[in-house]
Design a protein around this ligand. Structure first.
Ligand code: KE4
Length: 427
C-alpha cells in the first residue's frame, strides 16, 4: 500500500500537534508505523489521503453506527447548517433529542447535553458528590471514563485500593478520593464498601468494558453492584458512552436488566458530532444548575447542528429492523473471525456484546484488566498490520473495541474474514 501522503502529513503534524494527533490512540504507538490521514468516508468504507480504501471497524470509536456519511444524516445537517450553527440559546432540537434519549433510557428521568463523554462523566460525578455530600468515588481497573483528573487514577500499590495518579499533572489530593477495584471482583468490591461505604458518593463503571477491548460482566456482578450501592446510599453511574445504543438499543442497562441511578452517554447520540450527555433520577438531576446548586455549563452544549446529527441517527436506530440487521452482521463476523483464527491455528479469545467486539491474542479467559494484559501485544501488532495492508481498518491497539455498522455488507464481512485468515497465519 502507498502511504506517501500520510507520512508527509504526519511529519508536518508532529511539528505542530503533540504526537501529531488530537487524541493519543490515533498515533499508532501501540502498533508502530505511521497513522493514516483520512480524506473521506462513506458507508462501511474509509479512504486515506493516498486513495487507499478500507473497511472500517473503528467507526470513529463507536459513533458511526449507521455507517459514515449516512444520506439522511447529511441531508438533515445541510439544512440545519443553513439556519445557523450555534445560538447559545435553547432550541427545539435539544428538547427533541432529550425526549428521544429519555424514551429509551428510563434511568434518565432528566438529561443534560454536553460536548463529550469526558464532560458527561465528570459532571455526573460532581452531581453525585453534591447529592450525597460525600467525596470518594469508586472506579474499576482498566475502565476509562474520559480524561478528568479524578478519573486518571490507577489502583494504589499493594492491597490498598486508594488511587494513585495515572498521569503526571493529576494532584495526589484528587487521586486519594478515587478508589479502584478489579472489574468482576465482587468480593473486593463488597469489602471496600464495608470499609468505606459511608464516605463514597458514587460508583462509576463501563458495564461492558470497551476500554480494555471487550470485557463482559460476570453473571450477577452488575446486580450485586446495584444491591450494594443501594444499601450504602451510593449513586450507581453507568458510563454508557460506548455501550449506549451499541450493546443494545437501550444500552447495557437494558441488555442486563439493571437500572443505574445515573447514565452517561456520548458517541452514537451525536451521530459523529461532538455530543455527550448525563442523566438520572429526577431527585438527583434536580440539583443541576440552574434548577439546583451544582454548577455545570457549556458554550456549545446542545448546539443545533450536533443535535440534528443525533436526532437523525436515533430516528434510524428506532426502526424495528435496524438491530435485527446489526445482529445478523455481527453474528456473521463473529463466526468468520473465530473460524479464521482456528483454521490458522492461532489461539485467541473473542468476546462481543451487541455490536462491539474484541479478539484477544491470549488463551486466558479475559475477565478484567489483569487477564486482558496477558494478551500478546506484539502478535496483535502484526495482525493489525496484516489487516491494514489488506484494506481492513481495525483499532490500532489490542485494548480497544471494534464496531460494526448498519452499512457493513455480507461482502465486507467475507473480505474481512479472508484478510483475517491471512493475517492470523502471518502473525
Ligand atoms: P470523550 O471525551 O472521548 O468523548 O469520551 C470519553 C469516554 C468516556 N467513557 C467511555 C466508556 C469511553 O469509551 C470514552 C472514550 N472512548 C475512547 C475510545 N477508547 C475514545 C477514543 C479516543 O480517546 O480517542
Amino acid at each position: 500500500m502507498n502511504w506517501k501522503k500520510s507520512r508527509l502529513l504526519f511529519r508536518q503534524a508532529l511539528d505542530l500537534i503533540p504526537g501529531g494527533v488530537n487524541s493519543p490512540v490515533r498515533a499508532f504507538k501501540a502498533v508502530g508505523g505511521n497513522p493514516l490521514f483520512i480524506e473521506q468516508a462513506k458507508g462501511s468504507k474509509i479512504y486515506d489521503v493516498d486513495g487507499n480504501e478500507y473497511i472500517d471497524y473503528i467507526l470513529s470509536w463507536g459513533p458511526m453506527i449507521l455507517g459514515h456519511s449516512h444520506p439522511s444524516v447529511l441531508k438533515a445537517l445541510h439544512s440545519a447548517i443553513d439556519k445557523g450553527t450555534s445560538f447559545g440559546a435553547p432550541t427545539p432540537l435539544e428538547v427533541e433529542l432529550a425526549r428521544r434519549v429519555i424514551d429509551v433510557y428510563p434511568s434518565c428521568e432528566k438529561i443534560r447535553m454536553v460536548n463529550s463523554g469526558t464532560e458527561a462523566t465528570l459532571s455526573a460525578i460532581r452531581v453525585a458528590r453534591g447529592f450525597t455530600g460525600r467525596d470518594k468515588i469508586v472506579k474499576f481497573e482498566g475502565c476509562y471514563h474520559g480524561h478528568a483528573d479524578g478519573l486518571l487514577v490507577k489502583a494504589g500499590s499493594g492491597a490498598t485500593t486508594f488511587g494513585v495518579p495515572d498521569s503526571p499533572g493529576v494532584p495526589k489530593s484528587y487521586a486519594k478520593d478515587t478508589l479502584t477495584v478489579p472489574f468482576n471482583d465482587i468480593k473486593a468490591f463488597k469489602s471496600l464498601l464495608r470499609r468505606e461505604g459511608k464516605s463514597i458518593a458514587c460508583v462509576i463503571l463501563e458495564p461492558v468494558v470497551g476500554n480494555i477491548g471487550c470485557v463482559l460482566p460476570k453473571e450477577g456482578f452488575l446486580d450485586a453492584l446495584r444491591q450494594e450501592t443501594r444499601r450504602y446510599g451510593i449513586v450507581l453511574i453507568f458510563d454508557e458512552v460506548m455501550t449506549g445504543f451499541r450493546v443494545a438499543y437501550g444500552g447495557a442497562q437494558a441488555y442486563y436488566g439493571i437500572r443505574p441511578d445515573m447514565t452517561c452517554l456520548g458517541k452514537v447520540i451525536g451521530g459523529g458530532m461532538p455530543v455527550g450527555a448525563y442523566g438520572g433520577r429526577r431527585d438527583i438531576m434536580s440539583l443541576v444548575a440552574p434548577e439546583g446548586p451544582v454548577y455545570q455549563a457549556g458554550t456549545l452544549s446542545g448546539n443545533p447542528v450536533a443535535m440534528t446529527a443525533g436526532i437523525e441517527t436515533l430516528k434510524i436506530l428506532a426502526k424495528e429492523e435496524t438491530y435485527k440487521k446489526l445482529e445478523k452482521t455481527m453474528r456473521s463476523l463473529e463466526k468468520g473471525l473465530r473460524d479464521a483464527a482456528r483454521r490458522a491455528g492461532v489461539r485467541t479469545r473473542f468476546y462481543r456484546a451487541g455490536t462491539m467486539f474484541c479478539t484477544y491474542f491470549t488463551e486466558t479467559e479475559v475477565v478484567d484488566y489483569a487477564t486482558a494484559k496477558t494478551a500478546d501485544t506484539n502478535r496483535f501488532a502484526r495482525f493489525f498490520t496484516g489487516m491494514l495492508t489488506r484494506g481492513i481498518n481495525i483499532a490500532p491497539s489490542q485494548f480497544e473495541a471494534g464496531f460494526i455498522s448498519l452499512s457493513h455488507s455480507e461482502k465486507d464481512i467475507e473480505k474481512t474474514v479472508r484478510a483475517a485468515y491471512e493475517a492470523f497465519k502471518e502473525c
